[in-house]
Design a protein around this ligand. Structure first.
Ligand SMILES: Cc1cc2nc3c(=O)[nH]c(=O)nc-3n(C[C@H](O)[C@H](O)[C@H](O)COP(=O)(O)OP(=O)(O)OC[C@H]3O[C@@H](n4cnc5c(N)ncnc54)[C@H](O)[C@@H]3O)c2cc1C
Length: 445
């Protein structure tokens, strides 16, 4: 029985596993192929400025992620701008949750919204009834498009489709209705906090990955960055291990010894996300008709398009608090925005940039718009399809997998990654592959 544990991958899943293992009194040995922790959710330097490797947003329902951040003695209040869920549209009424203490906020907000007619709203009754019956009798999975069949095209275009794209990074035509409804349920389980948006005030690396690395080092963890594991034989066979690498890497590493598990990981499909960072000026005269943003971080729903697959137009715009995030001086009056294309066409970078610049001028009403950076992350998240068979956490005795793609209730998100990291350590300890010093988990085989 050992107290050592090896973790391969220092993304949010691997870091969550490392923190949990350390809390249980285990000796962590953490490897990552990159020169910095954070995986897909970290900051990158570009021309002297820091950008996130893709604009990230959390919701208040990400309880495990927020709890993990608090473990580092970091207060989410200081790291994130919390905003009530409110979607502004360049044209027409916004969609906002009421700021009161009563339940069923989303439903009430939709019922009272002037954006949709009574007839349009009534089309939501069927999926509402279906989802309640699904919760009660546990029907099998279906696509979001099928669940919302018959709902008015305007509600689909303005609410359901962008919500599904932002939550699952998967178009409604194939997205899993069960996982979509699960995210909605968690978001509206404990309002107002659970359904608030949390926008990072700092570069993503400063929000968790870098403080976490320090926290682990102070507690004796051995951390080796720039150290790729290419073969499971490179790991100590007597020490239980967690593979917290993306599915395509996990598949390669397990191919020879665990072909069945490897096949499941290999069959995971991915979706791209493009983040286009722009800056521009707002003319004084435009400020009244322009999207009103009392604080950088306002979320604009750029809904003037009808794409569902391989998107090339941004669906969202998020105003960035650039002084806090880069600590650089910027031209007086310039606004900085991140435009986001979920389920993006990974091969249409130039078109995506052109469309984003156009949206910044026409919909955000910025002038003198300049591109700061465009990142197209081809394998941003797994495609969260209905009926998808995700690989389990358990690969073999003493060998677990962690990562946003591993079986669990969440789509490819930070919360999914963090939960899977915790789960992998819990399973190792429960199966007594490691001996923990904490609580009642020190069973011996
Ligand atoms: C552009 C973009 C926008 C996103 N927006 C959001 C959002 O708004 N909200 C949200 O919740 N989520 C968002 N996500 C998803 C979120 O970033 C991921 O779900 C999460 O970061 C996945 O973490 P992970 O630890 O599972 O995997 P990863 O982050 O991929 O971490 C895996 C780690 O393993 C390392 N590694 C790989 N191979 C090896 C090897 N052989 N040896 C050693 N190390 C190895 C890698 O270097 C990496 O550090 C977004 C992602 C992207 C790309």
């Amino acid at each position: 029985m050992t107290r050592d544990i090896t973790i391969v991958g220092a993304g949010w899943a691997g870091l969550a596993a490392a923190v949990k293992a350390t809390q249980l009194g285990l000796k962590v040995h953490l490897f990552d192929a990159a020169n910095a922790p954070g995986g897909r959710a970290k900051s990158v330097a570009h021309q002297g400025q820091l950008f996130d490797n893709g604009q990230h947003a959390l919701i208040g329902a990400y309880s495990e992620t927020l709890g993990l951040i608090q473990t580092m003695d970091l207060q989410p209040q200081a790291l994130f701008e919390r905003q009530a869920m409110k979607w502004q549209y360049p044209r027409g009424e916004c969609y906002a949750l009421p700021q009161d203490a009563y339940p069923l906020k989303a439903l009430r907000s939709l019922l009272f919204s002037k954006r949709f007619s009574v007839r349009e709203k009534s089309t939501l009754l069927k999926p509402l009834f279906f989802s309640v019956s699904q919760a009660l009798w546990g029907k099998t999975d279906d696509t979001v498009a099928h669940l919302f069949q018959g709902v008015s095209p305007k509600i689909m275009r303005d609410i359901i489709s962008p919500l599904c794209l932002s939550a699952l990074n998967t178009p409604v035509s194939v997205a899993s209705a069960n996982i979509f409804m699960r995210v909605l349920k968690d978001a509206f389980a404990n309002p107002p906090q659970s359904c608030e948006f949390l926008f990072p005030r700092l570069p993503l690396s400063d929000i968790f990955p870098l403080p976490c690395l320090n926290w682990l080092r102070e507690r004796g963890a051995r951390i080796q960055l720039n150290h790729r594991i290419d073969d499971l034989q490179d790991l100590d066979p007597h020490v239980p291990a967690i593979l917290a690498v993306p599915p395509w890497q996990a598949s390669l590493l397990t191919h020879d010894k665990y072909p069945q598990w490897s096949m499941l990981a290999k069959h995971i499909k991915h979706r791209a996300i493009a983040s286009i960072y722009v800056k521009g000026l707002r003319a004084e005269s435009d400020s009244k008709q322009a999207p009103s943003s009392s604080y950088p971080g306002s979320l604009m729903c750029l809904n003037d398009h009808d794409e569902s697959e391989d998107c090339v137009h941004p669906q969202f715009g998020l105003q960035r608090d650039v002084n806090a995030s880069t600590r650089n001086s910027h031209p007086e009056g310039a606004e900085h925005w991140a435009l986001i294309v979920s389920a993006a066409d990974p091969n249409a970078r130039q078109t995506i940039i052109e469309n984003a610049l156009k949206a910044a001028c026409e919909q955000l009403k910025l002038s003198d718009v300049q591109l700061e950076l465009c990142t197209v992350e081809k394998r941003a998240t797994f495609s969260c399809d209905a009926h998808l068979q995700r690989p389990p956490c358990w690969i073999d005795s003493g060998l677990m997998a962690a990562g946003d793609y591993v079986q669990g209730p969440y789509p490819g998100t930070l919360e999914g990654a963090v939960r899977s990291g915790f789960q992998a350590v819990t399973q190792l300890v429960d199966a007594s592959f490691v001996s923990s010093h904490a609580g009642n988990t020190s069973r011996v085989l």
